[in-house]
Design a binder for this molecule. Structure first.
Ligand code: ATP
Length: 310
């Protein structure tokens, strides 16, 4: 697939804050590319450099063979940037805001069409100040779509929204993707990155921690699974089980919480086979067994050694 954006070795400092230290990636046509990271990781600064709003201290940004120094107007026609809520006109309606933005950016999609896309047809005549947080965010996405851009930048479009409002935004993002748009998204939410993205770039402290498809990232970790067994015969049985589990070569470590034994194994089937043989011999009963699914959150913890904080 064609590469529509390539960034190389981006760097940006504000005084002695190194907001972006070294970021390189490329984005292909039609993909949802997500930059995820904790507060202050450098997501917004990265996006703003790509959008031409902040000048990098160092690095290259290419949209195909276009760059900001020589082809600013061509790039502006290609990209759509979701405005901050504060850029909208609160006393106007969504319809009026869209019409007004069309006069700034040149219209390529009809207002009706966009209202439909962002599911605001019903509220077209309400003043923006009376819209909910989710509706305002949908309008912001609509405003980014006025010029019918090829590449759409969405900076934390769901931050602070309740789960239902967040899902409504996900539906819109997936619709944009089905229209063939390339979407560059930032988020704090792992679940969002996992659900929407073709590829995820995890950033922390201005650097890329890892970058791949969500499933490949998770697969990198599935070498080790967390298995939890609860013993019906009380703590002593669980302790005995833990002692036995630690003798198995497939088990890398164990923990115990009252009558539950938690273990980490690269070979869950083999480990469980051995454990069940042991519990049968000892006539212990196992109440429940679970093997935990890995998530992008585990990927983050594994790569950075830090807990994920929303
Ligand atoms: P958040 O999720 O909180 O939006 P982020 O990952 O988008 O965070 P940035 O907004 O890019 O992170 O900020 C990275 C670092 O740079 C932070 O420490 C921030 O305080 C700092 N920073 C960003 N913009 C400026 C600025 N204009 N002046 C000074 N410091 C800035």
């Amino acid at each position: 697939m064609t590469t529509v954006l390539e960034v190389k070795e981006l760097k940006k400092s504000f005084g002695n804050i190194h907001a972006v230290q070294d970021i390189s990636f490329s984005v292909k046509a039609g993909e949802v590319f997500t930059i995820i990271g904790p507060n202050g990781a450098g997501k917004t600064t990265t996006l703003e450099m790509i959008e031409g709003l902040v000048t990098p201290d160092y690095g290259h940004i290419h949209f195909g063979d276009l760059n900001w120094n020589k082809n600013a107007n061509d790039i502006k026609r290609k990209i759509g940037v979701q405005p901050q809520s504060s850029a909208m006109f609160d006393l106007l309606t969504p319809e009026e805001n869209l019409d007004l933005f069309a006069t700034f950016y040149g219209r390529a999609r009809q207002t009706e069409d966009i209202l439909e896309l962002i599911n605001l047809t019903e509220h077209r005549q309400n003043r923006v100040k009376n819209l909910s947080g989710g509706q305002r965010q949908r309008l912001a996405i609509g405003l980014a779509m006025i010029s019918d851009p090829e590449i759409v930048f969405l900076d934390e479009p769901t931050t602070g929204l309740d789960p239902q409002a967040r899902r409504n935004i996900w539906d819109i993002i997936l619709q944009l993707k089905s229209l063939g748009k390339t979407i560059i998204l930032t988020t704090h939410y792992m679940e969002e990155a996992e659900k929407l993205s073709d590829r995820v770039c995890i950033v922390d402290q201005g650097r890329i921690v890892t970058l791949d498809t969500p499933s490949a990232l998770i697969e990198k970790l599935t070498e080790e699974r967390e298995v939890r067994l609860s013993f019906l015969d009380g703590e002593e049985a669980a302790k005995d089980g833990e002692f036995f589990a630690n003798t198995l070569a497939s088990v890398s470590r164990t923990e115990r919480e009252a009558t539950s034994l938690i273990l980490w194994t690269a070979k869950p089937e083999e480990t469980l086979y051995d454990i069940f043989k042991f519990t049968k011999e000892k006539e212990y009963q196992i109440e429940q067994v679970s093997i935990r699914e890995m998530s992008l959150e585990d990927v983050f913890i594994s790569f950075t050694g830090k807990e994920w904080r929303d």
